[in-house]
Design a protein around this ligand. Structure first.
Ligand code: NAD
Length: 535
């Protein structure tokens, strides 16, 4: 009897990873994953909890707008990632996921065009009264006067949020010769110019636009952003389109603006995607059941992207689309490491004997919008037990609890410091100020107090000695190091000639022991001598 043929060899690390797709997503994702050897369960009928209980081996979830709560995540001990086939991810508890080491990804851009087109569908429909005119005409009416409309050509369109969707809206609006205003704190003027968008303040945008469209995420900062004070600025009969998230707009203030200004509100989003009466109906000129991404094309594109991203994640470790890392898009994480190293070095230079009562930072160039993302690394640089990856808000709270003032100064870009940051620490009696940047992917300390242009790599075992500049001091320091059995790998000796002050910065092969620091300090009457190990 011939032996049965051996089963085909399974290749790669993805062997039989279970992917659960508890939603009506285009089948392309399941097909791609199955073709790669993943075990895929796609079931949109079974209750999500029950499905998770049945498949505790699940390592990845692909969802659309299903709520992924801590309870769901707790049912799946092997869960490594949740992929949201779509852009918004406020249905997923990303903080809890982070705490459990679960990466949450979205597929930004996959459904952007569907949303951008919906914006124009709404804009045209509301400007020409299409919906009431249709109802009226079907009922036998012929109300041309009543339905006199506006053209959108030549009107001013204000786009709040110039990400994937906002940019496509801008692109399509060019076809209607609209004047484009935009507000997005991380978009540069150059980028806005390329899009034909004039960047203005949020207040100016609300005051000058005929039509305003929102394309920002819902988060702590944007919750209730569109409130009475902004709505007080809008023109009479202004159109406001919300295809972003419901919480961005204050519903009561919206109702007041409708009554006072005839605001026309076009809405696609609700606190929950459920049938039943909607309170927003009183305020809305048009309301749709969250149809933004509801096109066959977008469903296919999002499913395909989810499948591709999941394969990339498991097989090549690609985390580009992870939204709950600890950094926002557009910020090179090396700058967070720089903030951490500067804080550690500054702390060492200031001495650990007294508490830090103030941290004052300046961020230059492209780093300005990311100020809050440096709080956790700085806090961690000051206190060994602080997590550099914690949420900015938590890190800020921690500093506050310790009585440490955190000030972000208004940085003057005329100084041409490029993308750099300055971190000053104060302890009530003394201050240390460091500036750093990144060159060729290397962290660089460019200034320590008044010692400028020093270009020091903050890495390894450093010994830093500050002393009154005079001949023979460096020789005395290096002799002490040699006597202590330490090899000097590199050395910088910047001088501040005005103050007759000098620094000896030595890179050693081993950490400088306290006895060596004390000896050097005494021998040359140094102002300070500190050692620090920087990873
Ligand atoms: P995106 O991340 O590409 O862009 C969001 C932009 O908003 C970014 O450029 C960001 O800098 C900017 N931003 C953040 N906070 C801001 C603020 N306070 N003021 C001004 N700008 C701010 O996201 P996207 O793909 O363009 O999607 C935007 C939003 O649209 C999503 O967050 C999602 O909630 C919503 N959305 C809705 C539907 C729908 O079906 N209606 C579909 C997809 C996305």
């Amino acid at each position: 009897m011939r032996a049965a043929p051996a089963p085909p060899a399974t290749i790669g690390i993805h062997t039989m990873k279970t992917v659960l797709i508890p939603t009506k997503l285009d089948k392309v994702a399941a097909q791609m994953l199955a073709a790669k050897g993943y075990q895929v369960i796609q079931d949109s009928d079974t209750d999500l909890m029950a499905l998770c209980k049945d498949h505790p081996e699940t390592e990845a979830l692909i969802v659309r707008s299903e709520k992924i709560t801590p309870a769901i995540m707790d049912l799946l001990p092997n869960l490594r990632t949740v992929v949201r086939a779509g852009a918004g991810y406020n249905t997923i508890d990303i903080k809890y996921a982070r705490r459990k080491g679960i990466d949450v990804m979205n597929t930004p851009g996959a459904n952007s065009n569907a949303v951008a087109e919906e914006v124009f569908a709404m804009m045209l429909a509301v400007s020409r009264h299409l919906i009431p005119a249709d109802i009226d005409t079907r009922a036998g009416g012929w109300s041309k006067k009543k339905f006199m409309g506006h053209e959108i050509t030549g009107r001013t369109l204000g786009i709040v949020g110039l990400g994937n969707i906002g940019q496509l809206v801008a692109k399509h609006a060019q076809g209607f010769d609209m004047k484009l205003l935009g507000y997005d704190p991380i978009v540069s003027k150059t980028k806005a110019d390329e899009m034909g968008v004039q960047l203005v303040s949020l207040q100016e945008l609300f005051a000058q636009s005929d039509i305003i469209t929102l394309h920002i995420p819902e988060n702590k900062e944007t919750l209730g952003l569109v409130n009475a004070s902004l709505l007080a600025l809008v023109k009479k009969d202004c159109v406001l389109i919300n295809c972003a998230r419901s919480g961005i707009v204050n519903e009561d203030d919206l109702k007041a603006a409708k009554a006072e200004k005839g605001l026309l509100y076009c809405n696609d989003v609700y606190p929950a995607d459920v049938p039943g009466p909607k309170s927003i109906a009183d305020a809305a000129a048009i309301m749709l059941p969250h149809l933004g991404a509801n096109t066959y094309e977008a469903n296919f594109a999002a499913a395909k992207r989810a499948g591709e991203q999941l394969i990339g994640y498991f097989e090549q470790g690609i985390t580009k689309f992870v939204v709950n890392k600890d950094i926002p898009d557009g910020l090179d994480p090396l700058y967070q490491k720089l903030a951490y190293q500067l804080a550690r070095l500054a702390r060492a230079l200031l001495g650990r004997q007294s508490a830090i009562n103030a941290i004052r930072c300046s961020y230059y160039g492209d780093l300005k919008p990311f100020a809050k993302w440096f709080i956790a690394p700085i806090a961690a640089g000051l206190a060994d037990n602080s997590d550099p990856h914690q949420a900015p808000e938590e890190a800020a709270e921690l500093l506050k609890e310790k009585g440490t003032l955190l000030e972000v100064r208004d940085a003057d870009d005329k100084k041409h410091y490029g993308n750099s940051m300055t971190i000053d620490l104060e302890n009530g009696t003394s201050r240390v100020s460091l500036r750093g940047t990144i060159t060729e992917n290397n962290l660089i300390v460019s200034r320590i107090d008044d010692f400028d242009h020093i270009y020091l790599v903050p890495k390894g075992n450093l010994m830093i000695v500050k002393y009154l500049d005079r001949p023979g001091v460096l020789a005395a320091i290096t002799t002490s190091c040699a006597n202590a059995g330490l090899n000097i790998e590199d050395m910088h000796a910047p001088r501040d000639s005005a103050a007759r002050s000098a620094l000896a910065i030595l890179y050693l092969d081993k950490p400088a022991p306290a006895a060596l620091l004390a000896e050097v300090k005494a021998k040359i009457q140094a102002e300070s001598a500190v050692a620090i190990e920087l990873a």
